[in-house]
Design a protein around this ligand. Structure first.
Ligand SMILES: Nc1ncnc2c1ncn2[C@@H]1O[C@H](COP(=O)(O)OP(=O)(O)OP(=O)(O)O)[C@@H](O)[C@H]1O
Ligand SMILES: [Mg+2]
Length: 279
């Protein structure tokens, strides 16, 4: 479980970037953080694995403040995919890249090697390829695979699909969905509302360092006030369903108005009939 309790954060003393952000992410959840550029999403992600410490409030991992956990303890619990995969790719071959996390934790043993071999097979990587010569989509998949292979209970993914084409995006998201299905808690920053609508169970929307909406995906993406507050456009399917709801409401209003008119006409006719029969 990840808990933010009134967390504020900044990169320098003068400019606060997060303002009293609070939320809880339960084990097994799939949460998407959405919002405009500079809203504080990446900052929130960095706080989750202790890359950044709060200036006020607390970030708790399974009840323990991140400030009390060692880097190795944090790394064992939270896998982290940077907004730019090239920030985390540092080895000369794909195989070394996938082994890097194990080496950093001092456990590059036969078991680790077997896990790396299995993931190379699963992703169809060329083990000896040079990571920086791979195309953007494959580098992103490699960065993701290097997190998956560590089997952390939580993964924090900062824009895992940005810059990918449709096919690459689907491939990356299928891998993430599979991880989630196997019990991994997924926290993801995403600008693509179609992807958010298709995969995330819950949405946290941020604006100017504050949480402005937090709820089930289908509710937040159909809530005009939440979308407006976070300056977001809903995915097409939500747009269509909102239009249908509005259209139905208009039709219902028209039907009620027509029924009222008919009722008034019937009343008038009845009055006329009564007047004639009495006269
Ligand atoms: N390393 C840094 N040093 C100083 N200020 C920073 C740093 N990183 C981010 N900021 C500032 O913090 C604020 C929040 O940035 P953050 O990167 O968290 O936003 P974001 O929601 O991830 O935006 P984007 O969608 O563009 O990635 C911005 O005003 C940004 O300029
Ligand atoms: Mg960001």
């Amino acid at each position: 479980m990840i808990e933010f309790r009134s967390v504020s954060a900044s990169y320098d003393a003068e400019t606060p970037v997060l303002h009293e952000v609070s939320f809880t992410i339960e084990d097994g959840d799939f949460v998407a953080f959405v919002g405009t550029n500079g809203a504080g999403k990446s900052t929130t992600m960095r706080l989750m694995n202790g890359l950044l410490e709060p200036t006020a409030g607390e970030v708790l991992l399974d009840g323990t403040p991140t400030t009390q956990l060692r880097t190795s303890q944090l790394a064992a619990r939270v896998g982290f995919l940077f907004q730019n995969p090239d920030r985390q790719i540092c080895c000369n071959t794909v195989r070394d890249e996938l082994l890097f996390g194990f080496k950093a934790q001092g456990r590059a043993d036969a078991q680790a090697e077997a896990k790396v071999d299995a993931i190379i097979e699963r992703f169809g990587f060329d083990a000896d390829a040079e990571p920086f010569l791979l195309n953007r989509g494959t580098r992103q998949l490699l960065a993701l695979a290097s997190i998956i292979v560590m089997e952390t209970p939580v993964v924090v993914l900062d824009e895992p699909t940005t810059g990918l084409d449709f096919r690459e995006c689907a491939k990356v998201m299928d891998v993430i969905a599979e991880m989630h299905a196997q019990g991994t808690t997924v926290v993801m920053v995403c600008h693509d509302m179609e992807v958010v609508g298709d995969y995330a169970k819950r949405v946290v929307a941020m604006t100017a360092g504050r949480v402005v909406a937090d709820g089930l995906t289908f509710q937040v993406l159909r809530d005009p006030a939440a979308l407006h507050a976070a300056h977001l456009l809903p995915p097409q399917v939500s747009q269509i369903s909102m239009m249908l709801v509005e259209r139905n409401a208009e039709l219902a209003d028209t039907a009620i108005a027509q029924a009222n008119t008919v009722e008034a006409m019937l009343d008038a006719m009845q009055e006329q009939e009564e007047a004639v029969s009495h006269g």
